[in-house]
Design a binder for this molecule. Structure first.
Ligand SMILES: NC(=O)c1ccc[n+]([C@@H]2O[C@H](COP(=O)([O-])OP(=O)(O)OC[C@H]3O[C@@H](n4cnc5c(N)ncnc54)[C@H](OP(=O)(O)O)[C@@H]3O)[C@@H](O)[C@H]2O)c1
Length: 111
């Protein structure tokens, strides 16, 4: 493992992600902050292509990507719930799975 930690911040252009990315950068991390313009968390092939380009090498993974659409639960449609799960759960798990070999090989990784 190198001394400088590489951090991937999903949703890194959003309100929470931007603040976390700035803090990690100030703490000396090499930060890659991504949003929809980088890849769509709902699209497995876009995730795979991005992670392959980056060599799957991130020591830190921060997940702040998500939809911010305040609504009463009973008013959410099936499509709303499915979309949230695609971004918040499935997309995230796909990214985390791509990170795992590096974490195992280097003996270090944090979510
Ligand atoms: N703010 C709060 O007080 C609060 C409280 C509790 C929970 N949360 C949840 O925490 C998460 C982040 O909140 P936030 O306030 O930072 O929201 P935000 O400002 O709307 O930022 C959301 C981030 O997620 C990214 N994103 C959305 N859909 C995406 C997709 N399909 N593929 C890739 N990236 C996608 C956005 O990309 P772009 O930059 O391209 O738009 C943006 O960077 C949300 O899920 C929110 O519901 C927020």
């Amino acid at each position: 493992m190198t001394d400088i930690l590489r951090a991937l911040v999903l949703g890194g252009h959003g309100d929470i992600g931007r603040a976390i990315a700035a803090r990690l950068h100030a703490d000396g991390c090499d930060v890659v902050a991504v949003g929809r313009s980088t890849f769509d968390m709902r699209d497995p092939s876009q995730i795979d292509a991005f992670m392959a380009r980056e060599g799957n090498r991130f020591e830190l993974l921060v997940h702040c990507a998500g939809l911010n659409r305040p609504a009463l639960f009973e008013n959410l449609s099936d499509a709303d719930i499915r979309e949230s799960l695609e971004i918040n759960l499935h997309g995230f798990l796909r990214v985390a799975r791509a990170c795992l070999p590096h974490w195992r090989n280097s003996g270090f990784g944090r979510v």
